[in-house]
Design a protein around this ligand. Sequence first.
Ligand SMILES: Nc1nc2c(ncn2[C@@H]2O[C@H](COP(=O)(O)OP(=O)(O)OP(=O)(O)O)[C@@H](O)[C@H]2O)c(=O)[nH]1
Ligand SMILES: [Zn+2]
Length: 211
Amino acid sequence: MSDVVKSLSTRLTTAADKPAPSPTREEAEAAVRILLRWAGDDPSREGLQDTPKRVVKAFREFYSGYDEDPSEILDKIFAEVEGYDDIVLVRDIPFYSHCEHHMVPFFGVAHVAYYPTKGVVGLSKLARLVDAYARRLQTQETMTSQIAKAMVAALEPRGVAVMIEAEHMCMSMRGIQKAGALTLTTQFTGIFKEDPAEQVRFLTLVRNGRG
Ligand SMILES: Nc1nc2c(ncn2[C@@H]2O[C@H](COP(=O)(O)OP(=O)(O)OP(=O)(O)O)[C@@H](O)[C@H]2O)c(=O)[nH]1
Ligand SMILES: [Zn+2]
């Protein structure tokens, strides 16, 4: 067993009540070499020599959401909007995430709406918020709820509506193999939750112009 692999297995067996220290880049690359062997290939062949380095770098992007603080993303509020207090909807925000069960991508679009009270946030911040949660290991339900909760906490809106439509590759390319099956999740708070007419308005705006 190489030193790196030995040190990796020591870290992985750290007592359950203590969070394991973050692995080093070297350890992460060694883990990828093991998975390449598990897949049935030879990590030392030319085409795979730089693959562990690339995979570890790609992980930094896929899982960059763990370094994001959603409350910081939403901390700048523009109060001068001439009293605007009607719905703000950003729809069709594309995202890529990974399911926490298989570490396989799921991807699609998020639609995020709120009724402001104390002001509005920059529209890009709603897309940043979606990415902050998408770039983690997720379930679609958790991600939908987390986006809504972060908006409630930061904006104290009259209501928040979040809808996510996604295809899960763990259902398309393996397992049950149902390519094209779409999962829809919604989370409503405030007036969206209390008033079904508000849910209809949200869904109509989401679908508007799509034929
Ligand atoms: N609720 C929910 N389930 C998910 C999500 N992503 C993946 N899954 C499901 O997680 C489940 C895991 O089921 P298990 O029986 O533990 O694992 P498995 O044997 O790989 O399951 P199969 O996919 O049916 O082969 C599967 O039914 C997946 O479809 C998600 O975002 N939300
Ligand atoms: Zn999965």
